[in-house]
Design a protein around this ligand. Structure first.
Ligand code: FAD
Length: 456
């Protein structure tokens, strides 16, 4: 019997209005496609609401706090400035509200039909909205992102996740953070700078596995200098309540039971939002962690269904989701048959204190791939402001080069300004810059950036 549910026809239905879904909807509409976008929450997804944007707002505040301390060391007579955390959050959320408004306006202008509902696939061409409407589509884009993972250990409910960090209205006096990835590092740095005493529990022997070991070792030193207590090789197996506080039970050397924390946060990875989407029923394959399996063209195992962004388990970064979505739409609606994202040499920044920017291969990865042909150059220095103020925070810049011509295959910058410096050098690396060409570039003095063209 034919369904009596209301039905609409589109060229493309996008499920998820985060970084990737919005970018895909805008680009498809620009190519003339009729597009519907399903998003039950605020537009912008993780990045705008619970990720990059609010995180960077907090990092900027933390950076100001660090600089005010340096200013005092330099001779400025500042009273210790108390932070009105609620005012900071109000500024942050006002900024985010501006992004939401801008998305709504741009969706209207682009003629995208935005539907504030969850989506679920009924078949390869039909998406059902939460309120029962059926959307028929030539193509479907899955862009449902992911969510923080709370590990399955006793007492896990006593800990929060990164989403909960953004609910804080004041700096908790003592914070325990569980995890060694970039989110753990970033939350630790922000909270420590804004007044908490932070301890981080890392399962393995170091933070940021996969990033260059030498540079990460310097970051660990800098973090310790800022007051963060790192417990390495300390896998956590339970949380335990003590009144309103929480203890972390771990297998680390110094003490198996931590002091009591006011707040404990897990930063132990993320899981894709693929449950309840009807994907398996229509034949879309998922991997063992639940990510949508896609090929190098963002095709799933069903011909007209595509997926991009965090839900695919590829590089979980906003600009990656956006770039993948745009190229996909250029290919399927814009007649650009070769358009697809090259996932190599994507630059990224950890907003630690100081920030760590990295593009290309770590020394370890380069040696695995190129063996003896690898040569590295490093510059370790105190940035001028820190040297003037007598602060021991150090920067470490590193080039990883390969072959006779010393082509640069990795650039790793830890230090003040690394977040802004890296982008231009990432272009150079992508274009195949050699060590000699960097040395042939006259430095800008006095800056930290000049160290990149002076390493020899
Ligand atoms: P998302 O942005 O997560 O969007 C998915 C959307 O789908 C959500 O809005 C969700 O509500 C919606 N959705 C889910 N299920 C359904 C359904 N059934 N129907 C309809 N809609 C649905 N990246 C960076 O590049 N730089 C950073 O500095 C950075 N910092 C981060 C900090 C934190 C704390 C976190 C958690 C992430 C950070 N990221 C950062 C990663 C970045 O946020 C993600 O890579 C990016 O948001 C992925 O975009 P996406 O479109 O794949 O998914």
């Amino acid at each position: 019997m034919a369904s009596t549910a209301p039905q609409m026809d589109f060229d493309l239905v996008v499920v998820g209005g985060g970084s990737g879904g919005l970018a895909g909807a805008f680009r498809a509409a620009a190519h003339g496609a009729r597009v519907a976008l399903l998003e039950p929450r605020e537009f912008g997804g993780t990045c705008v609401n619970l990720g990059c944007v609010p995180k960077k707002a907090m990092w900027l505040a933390a950076d100001l706090a660090t600089r005010m301390a340096l200013a005092a060391d330099l001779g400025f007579q500042l009273p210790p400035p108390p932070l009105d955390w609620k005012a900071l959050v109000a500024h942050r959320q006002q900024y985010i509200a501006g992004i939401h408004a801008s998305y709504r306006r741009r969706l209207d202008e682009a003629g995208v039909v935005a539907i504030p509902q969850r989506g679920r696939l009924l078949d390869a061409h039909t998406v059902e909205t939460g309120d029962g409407m059926r959307l028929r589509a030539g193509r479907i884009l899955i862009a449902t992102g992911g969510r923080p993972l709370r590990p399955d250990i006793p007492g896990a409910e006593l800990g929060g996740v990164s989403d909960d960090f953004f609910e804080l209205c004041a700096a908790p006096a003592r914070v325990g953070i569980i995890g060694g990835g970039y989110i753990a590092v970033e939350l630790a740095g922000v909270l420590q700078a804004l007044g908490s005493r932070v301890e981080v529990f890392v399962r393995g022997p170091r933070l940021l596995s996969g990033m260059d070991a030498e540079v990460v070792a310097q970051l660990q030193e800098d973090m310790r200098w800022h007051g963060v207590h790192l417990h390495l090789d300390a896998p956590v197996h339970a949380l335990e309540a003590e009144g309103k506080r929480v203890r972390v039970l771990h297998k680390g050397g110094d003490s198996a039971r931590s002091e009591a924390f006011d707040t404990v946060l897990f930063a132990t990875g993320r899981r894709p939002n693929t449950g309840g989407l009807g994907l398996e029923q229509v034949g879309v394959a998922l991997d063992e962690d639940g990510h949508v399996v896609v090929d190098g063209w963002e095709n799933t195992t069903v011909e007209n269904i595509h997926a991009i962004g965090d839900v695919t388990g590829k590089l979980a970064l906003t600009p990656v989701a956006i770039a993948a979505a745009r190229r996909l739409m250029d290919r399927v609606f814009g007649g650009q048959g070769d358009a697809r994202l090259d996932y190599d040499n994507v630059a990224t920044v950890v907003f630690s204190h100081p920030p760590l920017g990295t593009v290309g291969l770590s020394e370890e990865a380069a040696r695995e791939r190129h063996g003896e042909a690898v040569r590295t150059y490093t510059a370790g220095f105190r940035p001028m402001l820190h040297a003037l103020a007598g602060s021991p925070q150090r920067s470490l810049f590193k080039l990883v080069c390969v072959g006779e011509d010393e082509r640069v295959v990795g650039i790793h910058l830890l230090g003040e300004g690394a977040d802004e410096i890296l982008q231009g050098f990432a272009v150079a690396l992508k274009l195949g810059v050699t060590h000699r060409q960097l040395l042939d570039t006259v430095a800008i003095h006095p800056t930290s950036a000049e160290e990149v063209v002076l390493m020899s």
